[in-house]
Design a protein around this ligand. Structure first.
Ligand code: HAM
Length: 484
């Protein structure tokens, strides 16, 4: 596939405003479908820079900036941010329930961390550049290489096993489609230092616990599971070198996007003879673990691993979510064993999440090897799915109290009242403008989702009282300042 760097997708009509939709609708407009190879910038369509740079014909008045965020990226106005906080809260809660510790890394990393030679899409989509010090850097397209870097940095000090989770923004210069964009957030859970597929089973338990927690049943979503060791076995049987493994996996992963002949062509380019290519592709058509056992034998590692994962899934009680699918190999070069991918059963969306075992990544970074397994779970597809199924919570803005001083001279009293309430842990919105009428105060209380309206009015304050109105019960009380 040709590099997407340098390719700009030009929309022909204005984009909808970033805030007018639920979290991720922004980019799904058919208006985004038109793509042109162009060298002009995204801003060509009639916008200018702030504070000069472009001349203005309207007598010194600056032309309005493009208020859209850069193509493929999102703003998070309050309603979208509340939803994101809710989602991240679910991610975090599941991770903590499983005893994982949170980590994070810089969004900007050294480019070399992400450059791999296996022909992965992800490396073609890097947001990479040279910084002012002449260093090659890149916005991270995923979190796994940073996690590996951190594990290596800890060296012998890394307690094994390590269970880490992270929620971070990733950048990929890819074509925006439903649920795919140029920045997304990923929830990752990774286990370092566990050799057995008990680790995979635990991670799958976390994903399915998340699904169940947000109301997605096993008839809504599933997780396809396979093992790259199936491919490895076929390659070994055909006497092929080990270093062909990564690129072959990447090529085979394109099977659902390319016609079979193209995949065979691609494999031939990698030095795989056509009859071996056919063997590989046939092995990936197997739909049952027992058929795989028939093909590879019961002492084959892939077969044993898969049988164990399915057995453990039964013990955890999430086996109804799992589906064996030998065609899942995943598009990242570093996976070495079990791989898995979350999908919506209706088949409308791209992968919900994906992960697997990557036992050799630390070694490729020049460090001591530790077995690793993990997954990445994006924020975009899941929100689409939850929205389609009416499972997104409606989370409004709310505060406990709205404090209004009814007279300009009483604003300082309003500040005292608000401070007192805030010191009690209440969320308090203090009206900063003076001279507001009662009708406005009630409207404002509704707008900010206040439970109580706290009024500082001249007559009451003369007696040291503050009027507190419960907006649910409509009950009103004059309370001494000391007792509020
Ligand atoms: P990945 O399959 O490339 O794996 O991405 C994981 C998930 O991130 C995808 O299933 C999808 O939910 C989301 N995602 C990826 N790209 C985009 C995009 N352009 N827009 C929206 N969502 C996206 C990895 O990144 C591995 N590092 C996961 C991993 C962690 N493996 C082991 N540990």
């Amino acid at each position: 596939m040709a590099s997407m760097l340098g390719r700009v997708f030009v929309q022909q009509t204005p984009r909808p405003s970033a805030g007018n939709s639920l979290y991720s609708r922004i980019l799904n407009s058919p208006k985004l479908k038109t793509s042109l190879r162009a060298t002009s910038t995204d801003r060509k369509a009639g916008t200018s820079t702030i504070g000069g740079g472009s001349s203005s014909s309207s007598g010194g008045k600056q032309q309005k900036i493009d208020t859209n965020p850069p193509r493929g990226t999102r703003d998070f106005p309050p309603d979208e941010k509340r939803l994101q906080n809710w989602l991240f809260g679910e991610f975090e809660q599941v991770s903590r329930t499983f005893g994982f510790e949170q980590i994070d890394f810089p969004v900007l990393e050294s480019e070399e961390l992400f450059v791999r030679k296996a022909g992965e899409e992800i490396t073609e989509q890097l947001y990479n550049f040279e910084d002012k010090g002449g260093r090659r850097v890149s916005l991270r397209p995923e979190l796994t290489p940073s996690l590996a870097r951190l594990a290596l940095q800890k060296g012998k000090g890394l307690p094994l096993p390590t269970k880490w989770f992270a929620i971070g923004q990733c950048w990929r210069y890819e074509r925006a489609t439903r649920g795919r964009r140029r920045e997304h957030y990923q929830w990752n859970m990774d286990i370092i230092g566990v050799q057995g597929v008990e680790a995979e089973a635990e991670l799958l338990a976390a994903i399915t616990q998340f699904f169940a927690g947000v109301g997605l049943t096993s008839s809504d979503v599933g997780i396809k599971v396979s093992s790259r060791k199936v491919l490895q076995q076929v390659l070994e049987t055909c006497g092929l070198e080990n270093d062909a493994f990564g690129p072959v996996c990447i090529m085979v992963d394109k099977m659902d996007k390319l016609p079979r002949e193209k995949v065979v062509d691609g494999l031939r380019d990698l030095g795989i003879p056509d009859n071996t290519a056919e063997k590989i592709l046939s092995a990936l058509e197997v739909k049952d673990v027992s058929d795989l056992e028939g093909l590879l034998g019961s002492d084959n590692e892939a077969v044993m691993d898969l049988k164990r994962v399915f057995e453990l899934a039964k013990s955890y009680g999430y086996d109804d979510y799992l589906v064996f699918d030998a065609s899942v190999v995943r598009g990242l070069a570093y996976y070495t064993g079990i791989v898995f991918e979350g999908f919506d059963r209706a088949g409308n969306l791209r992968a919900i999440c994906g992960g697997g075992r990557y036992d050799k990544l630390l070694e490729t970074f020049g460090g001591e090897n530790h077995p690793c397994v993990g997954f990445g779970f994006g924020d975009a597809v899941i929100v689409e799915l939850l929205s389609d199924k009416g499972l997104l919570p409606s989370i409004g803005h709310s505060v406990d109290d709205l404090v209004v001083a009814m007279d300009v001279d009483l604003h300082s009293v309003g500040c005292r009242v608000a401070s007192k309430l805030r010191s009690q842990g209440k969320r308090v919105d203090l009206v900063l403008e003076s001279g507001k009428k009662m009708k406005w105060a009630f409207k404002q209380a509704e707008r900010c989702g206040a439970s109580r309206l706290v009024l500082v009015a001249p007559d009451e304050w003369e007696k040291g009282l503050v009027r507190v109105k419960d907006l649910q019960t409509r009950e009103e009380q004059d309370i001494p300042f000391e007792s509020i």
